[in-house]
Write a protein that binds this ligand. Sequence first.
Ligand code: ZN
Length: 158
Amino acid sequence: MKFIPVLLLLALVACGQQKDKKQEGFPLKKTEAEWKKQLTPEQYHVLREKGTETAFTGKYWDNHEAGIYYCAACNQELFGSETKFESGTGWPSFYQPVREGVVAVGTDTSYGMVRDEVVCSQCGGHLGHVFDDGPKPTGLRYCLNSVSLKFEKKPAKK
Ligand SMILES: [Zn+2]
């Protein structure tokens, strides 16, 4: 019966190494333990484990207020409300990030699909996916998780 804990341990070590590798290349580096401490379980699942919130359940898919969406993990400014559009998917959708370089796109082959994964360029946190069926002018649809974002209302103009 001794081999079971050993196997478990090996699996844990292997997973740990994989995660460390993925963190390379992002300016903000934290250990998984640090992220776990900082983020809620839901945020950790989406941002660090590439989870997806259930459609129409997030805070922001139906948010129409003017303001800025920040990374929930590191506060980098990511998307503005003026590029948000009604995608009908139940996830907050944008056609363009607030400026170039704030998000990075990689290939995600999970669930038997090939999708373009969108991550925060500063902390590497998983935000969602980008598809090429969005509106003009970019034709892109950044389909994001509310959990990965933090919205701040624009102060009303006087
Ligand atoms: Zn971030």
